[in-house]
Design a binder for this molecule. Structure first.
Ligand code: ADP
Ligand code: ZN
Length: 612
């Protein structure tokens, strides 16, 4: 590693080594090469541009979509002794004027701006005269229609870059990008011969789990018992559900707060801070929360409802365990989530300047992503492999760290039953009496039902063909056939099952269908028990951290991450020099906080001489 780079990495950020890919990106930027880096949430994108920003001189602009993100990043940078600032709509005109004036005098090394800012004349005047050496585009997938989070304001970035007298290095970062989105980013931003880097997406410290509970509120309570003192996020699909669940948790004695776009800005800010500063342990939120929340000590992310695509899921779930500590991502799925998402997709998307054909094409892509997400929730097989596979990565068949891999029960082969279902649907279609899921179940199980009497069922071979097969399970077989694309449901008030082109391949004998075993309560408890045990010293260090954070007015994780505290427990540093060896401890923070932590460690060692 280059000496200056190594020194900056250690002194400012407290790290001895880069994580995978960081060095390559830093290197490219320092050689003035454009970059497109696709790295998963938590991989450490920030350092990739913050470090070059400090070494290149001049000003680095970071374009970022969310105000909360900027404010947190700037706070964290100031903690590490970096001169940083943000510019966004929360400043008064006078404050903005002052900030730009100071920026023009070279007061800041890094300035965070919202994309809308770039179009304002005052900002453009500043930019045309300032020595801007690097422009970083964070969440760069927002520039593409084809991504899952298009933002029209991002399209202005390219125009802005063209107005600059000297073209800076441009570095684009995102956690999710398919090939199409990647091409869009390069073209729209006009990146010049960029270093394109797609990092591995695996986050080995994350444990993935899917449950299909009947009562999700109860399931949340049960899951929370695994984490008596870690903070976590619970995502819900709608604002209404956020309200309801937050109230439910508070009534059960949990310190929960809430966040969604329907709240007043003031309350949103306050609730977010309560969570960030560990005053409230649990955040119940819609997906409006979190992009840009880089609280690194999130121990779990629960999804009380399935998101509409794997990108969003991985991004949201990935907010757990950013500091590298073990963390859990649990999805509580119910069949109704598919409909809810369909509705949101059909009515919710920002359709700026799209032709009807484009709109239809995008909806088709959205529905495809929804099917893949459903497969994650319902099909057997390693959850990690499914996610990584979605991002185009090969992964072993078993990761050993997800609920499907650890399940004691093998998936159940239901090919025989599935064939009966297909035969039944085929027969009904032939007779001209298409039926929905429940009617098909009743026919196959020969259940009493006046609404199928008129069919004169004796004419149907399939009538009662699965009379002894449990209802619940039969329903799951039909859902699996739908999810795997052997059956489809017609649109309309009275959806009817129909065969797809794929159906004959299963019906005729090739191919198999399996459903996964439902996890038992004992099994879930066994999984839960895997949560890591933290040492008493860790708890003591956490208290020191909380105290220091309070008096510095920053969230605890900005003092040191949980991972850094665990390193302290492992290394038991005795003096300032040893303290500096701890991963995550930089010069500035060692000087500011070292004494308090060393004292705590020394006290603990005196009380526990045997454990050295
Ligand atoms: P991203 O933006 O990719 O989601 P961040 O930049 O927020 O990720 O980094 C995630 C966490 O990883 C932060 O807590 C950060 O301090 C930590 N981190 C980053 N680089 C390193 C490194 N080289 N060694 C150890 N921890 C790191
Ligand atoms: Zn697995």
């Amino acid at each position: 590693m280059d000496k200056a780079v190594a020194r900056c990495l250690k002194e400012t950020f407290g790290y001895d080594d880069f994580r995978p890919h960081q060095e390559q990106v830093v290197d490219a930027i320092l050689r003035r090469r454009d970059v497109l880096a696709v790295m998963p949430t938590g991989a450490g994108k920030s350092i990739c541009y913050q470090l070059p920003a400090l070494l290149m001189g001049g000003i680095t602009l970071v374009i970022s979509p969310l105000i909360s993100l900027m404010q947190d990043q700037v706070k964290a940078l100031l903690q590490s002794g970096v001169r940083a600032a943000w510019l966004n709509s929360t400043l008064t005109p006078r404050q903005q004027h002052l900030a730009l004036e100071r920026a023009a005098q070279g007061a800041y090394q890094i300035i965070y701006v919202a994309p809308e800012r770039l179009e304002l004349p005052a900002f453009q005047r500043f930019a045309s005269q300032a020595p801007i050496s690097l422009v970083t585009v964070d969440e760069a997938h927002c520039i593409s229609h084809w991504g899952h989070d298009f933002r029209p304001s991002y399209l202005g970035i390219a125009d802005f870059l063209r107005t600059l007298p000297r073209r800076p290095v441009v570095a684009a970062f995102t956690a999710t990008a398919t090939e199409a989105v990647r091409e869009d980013i390069v073209r729209t931003l006009d990146l010049r011969d960029p270093l394109t880097l797609v990092a591995g997406f695996d986050r080995p410290n994350l444990f993935f789990e899917v449950q299909e509970p009947r009562d999700r509120n109860q399931a949340v309570l049960e899951v929370l018992t695994r984490f008596p003192d870690r903070s976590g996020i619970i995502y819900c699909l709608t604002r209404k559900k956020v309200e309801e669940l937050c109230e439910f948790l508070c009534a059960h004695g949990h310190a929960a707060t809430r966040y969604h776009a329907g709240l007043e800005a003031e309350e949103r800010q306050k609730n977010q801070d309560d969570f960030l500063y560990d005053r409230k342990r649990i955040m119940v939120a819609t997906n409006a929360f979190g992009m840009g929340i880089d609280k690194s000590n999130v121990g779990f992310v629960i999804h009380c409802g399935m998101p509409s695509n794997p990108e969003s899921y991985y991004q949201e779930a990935g907010r757990a365990g950013r500091d590298g500590s073990p963390a859990q991502c649990i999805l509580l799925y119910q069949r109704g989530d598919i409909q809810t998402n369909r509705f949101l997709l059909e009515h919710g998307r920002e359709q700026a300047a799209l032709s009807p054909e484009e709109g239809r094409e995008l909806l088709r892509l959205d529905l495809m992503r929804l099917r893949q997400m459903t497969g994650y929730c319902t099909a057997p097989g390693c959850l990690r492999q499914k996610l990584l596979g979605y991002f185009g990565e090969q992964a072993p068949d078993r990761c050993g760290n997800c609920s499907n891999c650890l399940s004691g029960q093998a998936p159940e082969d239901v090919t025989t039953q599935a064939r009966q279902v297909l035969l039944c649907v085929a027969a009904l279609t032939r007779e001209g009496h298409g039926m929905g899921v429940h009617a098909v179940i009743r026919i196959l199980r020969r259940e009493e039902d006046s609404s199928i009497d008129w069919l004169r069922p004796s004419r149907l071979d399939c009538y009662g063909a699965l009379a002894h097969f449990p209802r619940q399970k039969l329903q799951r077989v039909i859902y699996a056939l739908l999810d795997e694309g052997y059956l489809r449901q017609t649109e309309g008030d009275r959806p009817v099952l129909a065969l797809t082109k794929r159906a004959p391949s299963l019906a005729a004998g090739s191919g198999r269908l399996a459903i996964k075993a439902q996890s038992s309560r004992q099994e879930r408890q066994a999984l839960a028990a895997r949560g890591s045990e933290d040492s008493p010293l860790f708890a003591a260090l956490r208290e020191v951290r909380a105290r220091l954070a309070r008096s510095a007015g920053v969230p605890a994780f900005m003092v040191f991450s949980d991972a850094t505290l665990r390193e302290m427990c492992r290394l038991l540093p005795r003096d300032e020099r040893e303290f500096l060896l701890v991963k995550g401890v930089g010069a500035q923070k060692a000087a500011r906080y070292g004494k308090a932590f060393l004292q705590c460690i020394r006290g603990w060692e005196r009380e526990h001489p045997a454990e050295k």
